[in-house]
Structure formats: C-alpha cells, structure tokens
Write a protein that binds this ligand. Sequence first.
Ligand SMILES: Cc1ncc(COP(=O)(O)O)c(C=O)c1O
Length: 387
Amino acid sequence: MFSRRTSWDLSANRLARRLEELRAEGRELLDLAEANPTRCGLSWPADELGAALADPRVSTYEPTPQGLPEARAAVAEYLRGHGAEVPPERVLLTSSTSEAYALLFKLLCDPGDEVLVPSPSYPLLDLLAGLESAALARYPLRYDGEWHLDRAALAAAIGPRTRAVVVVSPSNPVGYALDREDLAFLEALCAERDLALVGDEVFLDTARPPRTTVAGARACLAFHLSGLSKVCGLPQLKAGWIAAAGPEERVRPALQRLELVADTWLSVSGPAQLALPALLARRERFLSPLRRRLEANRSALAREAAGAPFDLLRSGGGWAAVLRLGEVGDEEAICLRLLEERVVTQPGFFYDFERNGHLVLSLLPAPERFEDGISRIGAVLRYKRAQ
Ligand SMILES: Cc1ncc(COP(=O)(O)O)c(C=O)c1O
C-alpha cells in the first residue's frame, strides 16, 4: 500500500528506548543533545517577537512565489555583510532550510540521481533526499588537527548520475568550514562536471573569520541555503531562503523553475515574510549571546579534556562539539552508561563517522548544566579507563 521511499525501519534503537523509559519515569536529565535554542535560554522575548510580527499587512494575503521583495532584499543585505553581492532577484524564500533542500532536489534530480554529501554529517540529509527519490553518495571530511575536504576522494565520488555537491559550512556536527581555496576547487570541479554546488550555510555566523560563502561563487551554478532557524535562533518562525549564484544563463532557468515549484505550495507564511527584515537586522540579539555560550561551553570542555581519556576535536564553527574517545570502549555502550548517570549524549554513528569512538554534544545548554554534564562524562570515562 505504501511507497518504498517511506518504508523506513521505525523501531527505536537501544538508546532511544532507554531515554524514553527514563523520561517516562520522570527522571531529571542533563540533555547535552539539546539543539533547540528556545529550550536553552536563548529565546527572544515574546514582546519583541510580537512587535516584529505586528505589521498591519498581516491581515491580507499577497501570494508571492519567490517571496516578498523586502524580505528578499533583507537576505541580499545579510549576504552583503558576508562579502557576497547577490541581487534580491536571485533570492527565493522557503519555509526552512530543509524545505530549501527539498526544492533543490526537485529541481536537480530525477529519481535515482545522486547528490554528494559530506561524511560525517547530520542524518536529516538522508531523509530529505530519500523523500525526493534522490540518492546520496558520500565524500569524506578528514581530521588532522583541523577538518578538511578530501578533494581527491570528492572528485572520485562523482558518478554518471551525480547532479550536485553539497557542502555544509560550518558543518554539523564536526565544524568543517569552507575557505577560499576549497570554494575555488569546488567551483572549478562543478563547472567542469556540470554539477550544481549547494552550500548549507546555516551556521555561517558562528564560523571563525575569515568566512567564505558559496553565494560568492562565479564559475558554476551555486545555491546558498540558510534561514531564521539558525541565523536568529527562531526555528518556530519557519522562514528560510535560497540565494542563487553563478553564470546568468544557469541561474535564470533555475530560478524560473524554482519559482513554479514554490508557487505549487506557497509555503512561507505571510507574517513570517513581513517580520523577516526586522528580525534579520536584529540577529546579533541572538548571535552575540549564542557566540558567548558556544565559547564558554567549548572552553569548559577543553578544561575537562585535559587529563581525561578523550580529545576535543577542533572545530571551525557550528553548535556542536565532537569528542574522540580513547581506548575506553564502544560509543553506544558509553552513551547508554551516561544515560544511567542522567546525561544525554549522541554516539558518532548517528552522524555517520567512519570509525566507532566519538561522542557528539550540543554546545547550547546553559553553562552550569553543561559543566555538570561534562564532569559526569569525564568521571565515567576515567572510571572506564581504570577498569
Ligand atoms: C547543517 C544544518 N542544515 C540545516 C538544518 C535545518 O535547518 P532548518 O531548521 O532551517 O530546516 C539543520 C538543523 O539542525 C542543520 O544542522
């Protein structure tokens, strides 16, 4: 009765089952997997949000498939701040970055066509591609004290059905960040092989400067993806965008087609579009405390790592931290053990790490809770080492 692309294995894994049991027992948990900023004391005051949403035009409906011109102009202004000149006509609003991916997969892929994505990376990409009947192929990110693109492996992963290369920068969870040399390499490769370059740059504002965006691409068709969810910490607004870059003869037909796809759903709410310029202009209201939070929690982790049997891997940005476990055992077993200490963490295999032995933590929780959590992690791992 049902489509093959929804024939998922929906059974909960061991970690999810144990977490559910603890929650059902009403246990107080230190959730170091929490990635929702509105649950970590980083939410906007309701009156400020209410004011941004109080435009008198909210009572009328003006369907605009590409999005309201002033909202698109605000996105163009945001990108100018990142050194990329993208005219508002090359911006298309979406209800989220996830939806932006879905639109691009519809634009670029026939069923069975392939998109190259980084590995490790976050698991939503599998679902987003699968739901559009597109296939994923992976290229490795490698760590040698910093995360890098493996350029040779990426080029070798391109097959006859590859349609696009996705670069996530800074990437989730490892924090690989695009630089000018990698962008030049990707542009040249995509131009030569006639592929689109898709840049998921939702965490761009947390990258270490100098920051590079695919919105500055010239040589190939490129799409920058982002949204208020991560730029303003407002996932509940459901407003994101695609900004197209590259040669006009490629960008024009791409936008014409995307506009008709967007017109089919008209999924971005009017109030969100009207509020977008004011919210985006005030993004530092979220970003400044966010950066302080990321820094404080990362420093606490670095202190905990000294003398503990794990390494904190260096990151170029994003909201997550990755711990590489020493010889202390299986990552899933450690996550399960940590649950008994009331600490929620994620194992590397959720993110498709090449090898066992990684824990992924969100850097968003309030510092007192975060420090409590990581000292329990340190204690469990030291105990394991001593065994
Ligand atoms: C790298 C990355 N891209 C996109 C998204 C989804 O963003 P949105 O809420 O705009 O759909 C996430 C969510 O965690 C993410 O980590």
